[in-house]
Design a protein around this ligand. Sequence first.
Ligand SMILES: C[S@@+](CC[C@H](N)C(=O)[O-])C[C@H]1O[C@@H](n2cnc3c(N)ncnc32)[C@H](O)[C@@H]1O
Length: 220
Amino acid sequence: MPGSSVKLEPRLQAVAQEIKAPTHADIGSDHALLPRYLLLCGRVQRVIVVEKHKGPWENSRRALEGLAAEVRLGDGLGALSPGEADSLSLCGMGARRMVRILSAHPARLPPRLVLQPNDSALPLRQWALQAGYALVNEQMVEGFWRHSILTLKRGACTAYSGLPLELALRFGPLLLKSKHPLLSAELLARRQQLARLPQVEPVRLELEHIEQALALLQGF
Ligand SMILES: C[S@@+](CC[C@H](N)C(=O)[O-])C[C@H]1O[C@@H](n2cnc3c(N)ncnc32)[C@H](O)[C@@H]1O
């Protein structure tokens, strides 16, 4: 495949495999590794990059020079027009910041979103439900942490059917249903960490959620 010599770390590779579109927007690209890969591998025909900061904007411009890419200096979806992109990615940021970016311009959101938060995906799953996006795929990959990657498509969501909602929002309905091996590993490691801490209320509560999720995984 053209561009197959371009290597991405596993987290961005997992994001890339969810994207195939005429025009894709990547918000917060920094070195633009993902959009460059998408263009070189022919997964997208055109890319719009939005960067909020001058340094990363310059990095992106350099990385995408000569390719079918437009690199805009701006704040999130504020730099996009409605209908301009077929899909959008937001990667490598905290989930709460990502929710702020996604909520700021609902009319500019494309129908397909691929999100890779650096922390718990809970706020993104909650946002997706109220914003009318269905969770169509969830991945977990090893990296600096265990990263989760959410693929959302505009429409009614059936991913939570048959699961306790609070638990599924916290740990991922599709990860739970697929008994993802990295989810079990993550839960067991976190249980061990929490067991060493003073058993104050928030710690006890988190442990309770973990036990419930582990029981659910065993019950399927
Ligand atoms: C940690 S980097 C992640 C880079 C890349 N997406 C990745 O996953 O490797 C986060 C980038 O998002 C940019 N950023 C943060 N908030 C933004 C916003 N509201 N709009 C556009 N870019 C933003 C930052 O300037 C920074 O370059």
